[in-house]
Design a binder for this molecule. Structure first.
Ligand SMILES: Nc1nc2c(ncn2[C@@H]2O[C@H](COP(=O)(O)OP(=O)(O)OP(=O)(O)O)[C@@H](O)[C@H]2O)c(=O)[nH]1
Ligand SMILES: [Mg+2]
Length: 368
């Protein structure tokens, strides 16, 4: 799973990346050429169930699920319109499954704001509009050339191009009305038609308010409420934390963290909040493979069938799928061991169409 961190310049993107991943990439008060290089980090997904499984199996190896982060340079207001979004930024975002819009909500005289004042709602809308304008530029460019290409092609290829043109024209209208593409309903065929494109406003997105230390644990900041309502109205998961404080905490020894969090009134770490929001945004669930060699968590979209989930582990298991032996974590915990659960008839043999549930422990039977 990959998440791209975007936002206006100096909104705290790199700080958030460090906070969530415990990293120490350079943060700076002014956007400059130095920020053009993307930063990468890997966040390990905490799961209490997996900790329990680890205690039960005492495996040689425990592998947690991960979320990969890429943090790119800020997008300044008006940059998309002037066709100035760098190709490098677009390339970095091509692979991501989702975006997080880091919105500045912190006060600081030391950090200049590109628009001169702190206004989270305005900034969230501005960034959203930049995404729309960037996509519009792509659509317009393509539509400007597609007729020529249609004339040159014949048969099936021609039909495909005509369908693509029709869809892009629909996109053009939608984007021209300042609407993000993610608010359009697309069927599978349409999704296939645009697979070669990277439309930024089509990606699922969540909103992260980077708040002041003084706003931790408080709910009476009006501009923050306005931002939350805006996000809720658009069905974007919303989360808020103080990037600066969280980054400092993430860089402490584990033994000191709890104390600092308590002193600041932080109930849940930024990493946990972030991971939870990501799973909610993409509707993800986890399943486990267990044994003395390894206890491992796998992330899949909710409602994935057993055979497809097997492909996450190895294509051989997917191809040679025979049956999935399934025991949900809760039942394993209740009975205390796989064998005890088996004796009680709780271990089920499921076929390839079985919809994997969150917390399933799966033992695949396959033949190659
Ligand atoms: N007071 C305060 N300062 C913050 C907070 N988050 C970030 N900053 C400061 O804001 C400045 C910019 O932070 P970065 O994380 O580099 O911001 P960025 O969005 O990555 O910036 P660009 O990559 O240049 O667009 C740094 O000086 C940070 O220390 C915060 O929560 N509170
Ligand atoms: Mg940065």
């Amino acid at each position: 799973m990959k998440v791209g961190i975007i936002g206006l310049p100096s909104s705290g993107k790199t700080t958030v990346l460090n906070a969530v991943s415990g990293g120490s990439h350079e943060v700076h008060a002014y956007s400059g050429a130095a920020s053009a290089e993307p930063n990468f980090a890997v966040v390990s997904v905490p799961d209490l169930r997996q900790d329990w499984l680890k205690d039960l199996y005492k495996p040689k190896k425990t592998t947690y699920a991960t979320v990969e982060l890429v943090d790119v340079a800020g997008v300044a207001p008006g940059q998309a319109k002037a066709d100035q979004i760098s190709p490098q930024l677009l390339t970095s975002l091509r692979q991501v499954d989702a975006l997080v819009n880091v919105v500045r909500a912190f006060d600081s005289a030391a950090v200049a704001h590109p628009s001169g004042s702190v206004d989270p709602l305005r900034d969230a809308e501005t960034l959203e509009l930049e995404l729309v304008i960037a996509d519009l530029a792509v659509v317009e460019k393509r539509l400007g050339k597609i007729d020529q290409e249609i004339q040159r092609k014949k048969g099936g290829e021609k039909t495909q191009l005509e369908l693509e043109k029709e869809l892009l024209s629909r996109f053009n209208e939608h984007l021209s009305g300042e609407n993000a593409l993610r608010t359009l309903e697309l069927d599978e065929d349409e999704k296939k038609l645009i697979r070669g494109y990277t439309f930024l406003s089509l990606k699922p997105i969540m909103v992260l308010a980077n708040i002041s230390e003084s706003d931790i644990g408080s709910s009476d900041n009006k501009s923050l409420k306005a931002l939350e309502q805006w996000a809720n109205g658009r069905k974007m998961p919303f989360l808020a934390f103080c990037g600066k404080a969280e980054m400092e905490i993430a860089q402490l020894d584990e033994s000191e963290r709890a104390e600092f969090m308590e002193a600041l009134g932080i109930e849940e770490s930024s990493r946990d909040k972030f991971v939870r929001a990501t799973y909610a945004l993409l509707d993800l669930v986890a399943f486990f493979t267990v044994g003395e060699d390894e206890v491992k968590a796998w992330t899949i979209p909710n409602k994935t069938v057993a055979q497809e989930a097997a492909g996450k582990i190895h294509t051989d298991i997917q191809r040679g799928f025979i049956r999935a032996e399934v025991l949900n974590f809760e039942q394993l915990k209740e009975t205390g061991s796989w064998n005890a659960a088996k004796e009680k008839g709780l271990v089920r043999l499921e076929g390839k169409e079985y919809l994997v549930k969150d917390g399933d422990c799966i033992n695949y039977r396959f033949a190659v």
